[in-house]
Design a protein around this ligand. Structure first.
Ligand code: SF4
Length: 344
């Protein structure tokens, strides 16, 4: 991983509220707070895993980063440039550097286009000329992702699910991007081929010096591929840490509960572990609980959790957690970064 001090990507207090409107004049009567004030950096060459239950805002975050949707508030910096409100025209050259892999390899490929046309589309859209022609460039990329370059004229339905995801990955690589947002890149695939695609992503990262944000609900996949992991709950980041720290010493009760549900192959370790079943459903992002949003489901909740929002406080190790009573925290280790007093 590169040690460049400037992050490739930086989000500061980013929000996305989708308005709820009513009547013919579309009067706004509320908002879905899909992302509600998140801040994090992504370093060059690293993989940041973004995890959480369905509806927590992780896919919206991916779309905000790539500016497929407009942020309501906050700031998004990419390579030191503020892209928060950049026009689509100004964003166009930047789109070469920032690509997205979608979850569903079936619906994300146009069934009427050949593989050559699909993977070669970014060259045409961006008006990029290659030294030996687009066909040659596309065939090299197909080979890079483990597909037969002779299959250039075949259609998506002639490939398996894993191969189609490889086609999707090939398309994102066409213009040699710096950042790839992979939204549930393997969740639509058979378990038997998930590992192949994860390994491919890792190999490509090493070979092409890519930076990834991997969005997933499956903590096993994220554990395998990530350098750091951010956990989202109801539009907020509740914990962010190096992979090892997060998996071995989770501090937010929500992370602890998510990890308790991850299958462990080791029978002895599995025997000593208790699964934590969270109470109730995820509350509505239209009207999220006040203060700590997790308090309605947290077995450790106390009065302060219902009245004071816990800041995303940082330990000396860089482990950050938003909880008044974190798990696995050495006494006095959690320092408040917002000025709010954290109860002992
Ligand atoms: Fe649970 Fe309170 Fe921590 Fe929220 S702040 S996660 S309710 S202990």
């Amino acid at each position: 991983m590169s040690e460049s001090p400037e992050p490739l990507l930086s989000l500061t207090d980013v929000r996305k509220h989708f308005p709820i409107t009513k009547g013919l004049i579309k009067r706004q009567v509320g908002a879905v707070k899909a992302v509600d004030g998140i801040s994090f950096d992504v370093r060059r060459g690293e993989t940041l895993g973004l995890v959480g239950e369905s509806g927590c805002g992780k896919t919206t975050t991916g779309r905000l980063i790539t500016r497929l949707i407009e942020p309501t508030d906050g700031r998004i910096m990419f390579e030191g440039r503020d892209i928060t409100h950049m026009s689509q025209g100004d964003l166009r050259p930047l789109r070469r550097d920032m690509q997205m892999i979608f979850q569903d390899p079936y619906s994300s490929l146009n069934p009427r286009h050949t593989v050559g046309a699909i993977v070669g589309a970014p060259f045409r859209i961006q008006g990029v000329r290659t030294e030996h022609g687009t066909k040659k460039a596309v065939q090299e990329i197909l080979e890079l992702v483990g597909l037969n370059p002779e299959h250039y004229n075949r259609y998506p339905h002639e490939f398996s699910g894993g191969q189609r995801q490889r086609i999707g990955i090939a398309r994102t690589l066409a213009l040699k991007p710096k950042l790839i947002i992979a939204d549930e890149p393997v969740s639509a695939l058979d378990v038997s081929i998930q590992a192949q695609v994860v390994n491919l992503l890792e190999d490509l990262q090493n070979e092409l010096d890519l930076t990834y944000v991997v969005i997933a609900h499956d903590l096993s996949v994220v554990r395998h591929i990530s350098d750091r992991v951010a956990v989202m709950y109801l539009g907020k980041i509740v914990e962010i840490a190096d992979r090892k720290d997060l998996y071995e010493s989770p501090m937010h009760p929500y992370t602890t509960a998510l990890l308790s549900a991850v299958p462990i192959p080791d029978v002895r370790r599995r025997a000593g572990r208790e699964r934590i079943r969270l109470l109730g459903d995820v509350p509505s992002p239209i009207n999220p609980p006040p203060a700590c949003r997790f308090h309605t489901r947290c077995w450790k909740a106390q009065e302060v959790c219902r009245t004071v929002e816990p800041p995303l406080a940082e330990l000396a190790t860089g482990h950050r957690v938003a909880c008044h009573f974190p798990e696995n925290a050495p006494a006095g280790a959690v320092q408040d970064t917002s000025g709010t007093e954290v109860p002992a």
